[in-house]
Write a protein that binds this ligand. Structure first.
Ligand code: PYC
Length: 313
């Protein structure tokens, strides 16, 4: 059991429909694993939420260090999450429109907060690792965009919200097959189809590591797509690619070429939707989230005094 009552401030936003829960301070990444599911999942949240823990950066040119995490574990980078982090920092009055650097576990990302609230994330280097890789009945590319993706077009499924159960099931099976085919690092599956919006170039469905689908077009997934388009000579540097999600939200992407791959820039907008204080009661059997009900008390280690006391009434 927890002892005593703990409190943690979080700020929720969504980017193209995909939620981000930012912890602006008060916790250490080293302790994240103890609390990851308690912060994100039921009964305080739900499996779709991506968390972003903000800490003091090592690189003092950066505004923060962001560690992204979800119901399955840690993420390398997160495009929609980074857009949510910038919107949240602006909401907190910590940044104004302009160019900001943010440290992530996979490198420093530069993000521009525009006057109209849009954010352009200049991501880490993206590249295609392999093309034309067969996995069961489908063939696709393996690419890095800040996370590992298997990108497939010949799946034969309609990318519509009505089809989400089938898309999820097919993607879970494809993930098993691509891992067995020699790519165990792949944890995101990205299915492509024709765009529904006339201004857009493509629609995607993205299966995230914990089995949920991305409501946004996925910033790292769009980065992986740009790397494949660049490798195939289908998109020129600086040309705009409008990637639509399965629910119809859109990211704009473009890239510049560098040694070993491309540097993608992804633009989207996040909206702050809630300021919340999470409570972890001493006698709450689900203080660690439902999956942790049977785990004993670690006495609230991981929460710093500042973060847990800030909103104490
Ligand atoms: O936007 O990069 C992204 C992302 C990764 C997982 C969910 N969203």
């Amino acid at each position: 059991m927890f002892s005593p009552l703990r409190r943690l401030s979080v700020i929720d936003s969504h980017t193209g429909g995909e939620p981000t829960r930012v912890i602006p301070g008060g916790m250490r990444a080293v302790d994240l694993e103890l609390y990851r599911r308690a912060i994100l999942c039921e009964p305080r949240g739900h499996e779709v939420i991506v968390g972003a823990l903000l800490e003091e950066p090592e690189d003092k040119e950066c505004v923060a260090r962001a560690t992204f995490f979800n119901n399955a574990g840690l993420l390398g980078m997160c495009g929609h999450g980074m857009i949510g982090v910038l919107a949240t920092l602006q909401h907190l009055g910590r940044i104004a429109p302009g160019v900001h650097r943010v440290e992530t576990p996979v490198g420093v990302v530069t993000a521009t907060l525009h006057d109209d609230g849009r954010v352009s994330v200049r991501n880490v280097v993206a590249y295609r690792k392999a093309s034309g890789v067969a996995a069961g009945k489908v063939t696709g590319d393996v690419a890095w965009g800040g996370n590992w993706f298997y990108l497939v077009a010949d799946h034969g499924l309609l990318l519509t919200p009505e089809n989400l159960p089938q898309l999820t099931q097919a993607s879970l099976e494809i993930r098993e097959q691509i891992r067995s085919a020699g790519y165990p690092e792949v944890d995101h599956i990205e299915l492509f189809g024709p765009a529904h919006g006339p201004a857009n170039h493509s629609r995607n469905f993205v299966l995230c590591p914990g089995g949920e689908y991305d409501r946004s077009p996925c910033g790292t997934g769009t980065s992986a797509k740009l790397a494949c388009l660049a490798a195939d000579g289908k998109l020129a540097p600086g040309e705009i690619w409008r990637q639509e999600s399965v629910i119809g939200s859109v990211f704009e992407g473009l890239y510049e070429t560098v040694e070993g791959g491309i540097v993608p820039t992804i633009t989207g907008r996040a909206f702050v939707v809630a300021e919340t204080v999470l409570l972890f009661g001493e006698d709450d059997p689900f203080a660690r989230g439902i999956a942790f009900a049977a785990i004993g008390d670690e006495a609230g280690e991981g929460f710093t005094k500042e973060g847990t006391e800030r909103h104490r009434g």
